[in-house]
Design a protein around this ligand. Structure first.
Ligand SMILES: C[S@@+](CC[C@H](N)C(=O)[O-])C[C@H]1O[C@@H](n2cnc3c(N)ncnc32)[C@H](O)[C@@H]1O
Length: 307
């Protein structure tokens, strides 16, 4: 499995073995719509893969991590780490940071000051190239709380410092990403989901969509503007368009969370007689906030075909 270096909240990496058996066996062009960290697009077996997300920064990050050599990415990141005096447990070991660790806050205290400076440096946006800016953002992502990407209304990155650093696990994900992409015909494109209608799709193409979920709450529910009933309804009408053209699609979503039901989605599924495939996973160990994690949810994959 190719691991996405973007440790995306709600990423599908741990669900791939449940999702893939529902996908068509032979796929010409695979569209990973609302791709986030692209964990699905990176691992699917298809002739061509296009990953779309409307978040410009996410796409820029994926493109940069793909374009630059692994060595150059690491050199640039270690440059930021040294300049801003951040922890480097990979090269220095953990022991030299132990005295700064309080409770279960990991490296938070050690990195607080350097992280705040690096974030200001990034937000000042005085980079020579957009690739340098993207590597700086990746460095922030590695050091920030939950590894979440969040910008304020003025477009400034505003995640607080987290507990971890550029450790072995994240380095391994970067290696896996670089290695895995070598032989893949994959593209990353910034676009809104409405682009689906403009794509030249054939019957052996397949569209997978993993939008923000109406009844859950993640950072990307505010990607550009809030994911609301209007967007949900528009997305569902785009999927009906695909259905009319005879193009197969699979939509990931959450139908119920505690007492909350996505009624728009449920009535759309029933009206169009689409298949509901249940997925068993509740994000208990993921980075959703505690309240969200504790509430059981019904995760589903909706398909306009039967397997
Ligand atoms: C559930 S996440 C996708 C996670 C992804 N499947 C993964 O494995 O990492 C939803 C994504 O939808 C994107 N998004 C939100 N609104 C969108 C829109 N209008 N058009 C396209 N993408 C959108 C967000 O930026 C976010 O990356």
């Amino acid at each position: 499995m190719i691991k996405s270096p973007l440790n995306y909240t709600g990423n599908k990496s741990r669900l791939l073995d449940q999702l893939f058996p529902h996908f068509p066996q032979k796929i010409n062009k695979f569209v990973d719509m609302c791709c986030g960290g692209a964990s699905v697009g990176l691992n699917v077996n298809a002739k061509y893969i296009i990953c779309f997300d409307n978040n410009k920064k996410v796409i820029e990050l994926l493109k940069t991590l793909r374009f630059l050599s692994e060595k150059l990415i690491i050199d640039k990141m270690e440059g930021f780490i040294n300049t801003f005096k951040l922890s480097d447990t990979f090269n220095n070991g953990y022991d030299m940071y132990r005295k700064y660790i309080q409770g279960n806050n990991g490296l938070k205290q050690f990195n607080a000051e350097g992280y705040a400076k690096l974030r200001s440096f990034y937000n000042d946006d005085s980079f020579n190239t957009h690739r340098d800016s993207a590597v700086c953002l990746f460095t922030l992502l590695v050091f920030c709380f939950n590894n979440d990407l969040r910008f304020n209304s003025a477009g400034k990155f505003n995640m607080p410092v987290g507990k971890t650093d550029f450790n072995e696990s994240i380095r391994k994900k970067l290696t896996s990403f670089k290695y895995g992409l070598k032989n893949k015909n994959i593209k990353f494109v910034q676009s809104d989901f409405r682009v689906i209608k403009e794509l030249d799709l054939r019957k052996d193409d397949f569209v997978y969509i993993d939008p923000p979920y109406l009844i859950t709450n993640a950072v990307y529910n505010w990607s550009g503007s809030k994911w609301d009933e209007v967007k949900e309804t528009e997305l569902l009408s785009v999927l009906l368009y695909l259905n009319e053209k005879g193009i197969r699609f699979a939509l990931s979503n959450v139908l119920r969370k505690g007492a909350n039901v996505n009624k728009i989605l449920l009535s759309w599924i029933k009206k169009n007689k689409f298949d509901i495939n249940y997925i068993s996973y509740h994000y208990r160990s993921s980075s959703y906030n505690k309240k969200d994690r504790a509430t059981p949810e019904e995760e589903v994959l909706i398909t306009n075909y039967s397997v």
